[in-house]
Ligand binder design. Structure first.
Ligand SMILES: Nc1ncnc2c1ncn2[C@@H]1O[C@H](COP(=O)(O)OP(=O)(O)O)[C@@H](O)[C@H]1O
Ligand SMILES: [Mg+2]
Ligand SMILES: [Zn+2]
Length: 316
């Protein structure tokens, strides 16, 4: 104790011989210590791999049906008993079931009952007698979506041909992407940060109208669901604007609102735009101008149920 004091004065340190306390290991000792550490790490890694293989085994043994039942909450998760995380030697991981649950709950919240669940699994979607379109063309439209599940699509076709049904399949695929990007919650589906914006054309113009005509002290008015700002400032947003024809008279304000949104999708990289109308492409162009139609054709696969044609994006 008595010689501790001086060490912490400048004088004491000056007089301290550092070489005295530097440990001297032999190269063999250093080698042995390194080898022991490497062996411990390798053993732990082997145990970790075994643990992960066990989880893969659990997923495997569920089969596709069981996997979906876990995702939907009908069956407790065999890996985490619905605790959402699993433990391995003191480390906790998010369980594999978190993402499928997030996808399922987000999709369930977004897709109306009449399309759920039959339209939400891309692998299971098949042409239907309920659609007024030919089975052959339905199959071609489904194939186009299978080939580009995150692509932009514009559906033109008469009421009842299946435009909304296939839009819901694309919406489900977008929800899957959001879930795998970690932007969904296993129980509540959507975090505010999920990059999916969805509205009908008429609702979105009404929302924009209410927003700009609200008085300054109106704190009830909400920011519209789809805005130019959101499209331009979100990474890879999914923009779903349904039923273009239902907006009625195309006033200057309505035209400008729709043009601004389509143009934002057109100008921003990585946007998925999904839209539909029961007009023919020619009628659509006559009604909404070639400026909107050209932008849609350049970025979207255009599925035209009237002429039974599918055209690739013409490119910018
Ligand atoms: N591939 C499909 N599988 C199952 N049902 C379908 C399919 N395509 C369309 N339908 C059904 O046909 C009906 C009309 O489709 P919908 O998408 O609502 O038409 P649209 O939006 O073109 O008016 C709906 O009841 C829908 O559930
Ligand atoms: Mg529809
Ligand atoms: Zn789990």
């Amino acid at each position: 104790m008595s010689d501790e004091g001086p060490m912490f004065t400048d004088k004491g340190l000056d007089g301290f011989d550092f070489d005295d306390v530097r440990p001297i290991y032999t190269p063999e000792q250093i080698q042995a210590a390194k080898a022991a550490l490497a062996a411990r790490k390798a053993k732990k890694e082997a145990r970790r791999q075994e643990f992960l293989a066990g989880i893969d085994q659990q997923i495997e043994s569920l089969g596709e049906r069981g996997y979906l039942r876990v995702a939907s909450g009908q069956l407790p998760c065999p890996s985490c008993a619905n605790q959402d995380h699993v433990w391995f030697e003191g480390d906790s991981f998010n369980c594999w079931c978190v993402k499928p649950k997030g996808w399922f709950n987000l999709t369930k919240a977004l897709v109306p009952r009449r399309y759920f669940p039959q339209m939400v699994l891309l692998g299971h979607v098949k042409p239907s007698e309920k659609s007024i379109a030919s089975i052959e063309f339905q199959q071609r439209a489904i194939d186009a979506i299978r080939a580009n599940p995150h692509g932009s699509f514009a559906f033109f076709g008469p009421a009842g041909c299946g435009k909304t049904a296939l839009s819901m399949t694309l919406l489900s695929m977008a929800a899957m992407k959001e879930a795998y990007a970690g932007r969904t919650h296993p129980k509540y589906g959507m975090y505010e940060s999920a990059h999916i914006f969805r509205s009908s054309a008429s609702a979105i113009v009404d929302q924009h109208h209410a927003y700009i005509t609200a008085s300054d002290d109106d704190d009830q008015v909400e920011i519209p669901d789809i805005t130019e700002y959101r499209i331009r400032n979100t990474t890879n947003p999914h923009v779903f604007i349904a039923e273009f024809e239902k907006i009625g008279n195309l006033t200057e304000f309505r035209y400008k609102t729709l043009f601004t949104l389509v143009d934002a999708c057109y100008e921003t990289n990585g946007v998925q735009l999904v839209t539909d109308s029961n007009l023919t492409p020619a009628q659509f162009e006559a009604h909404f101008t070639d400026k909107i139609m050209r932008r849609i054709a350049e970025i979207c696969y255009v599925a035209d149920y009237f002429s039974e044609s599918i055209t690739e994006p013409t490119g910018k």
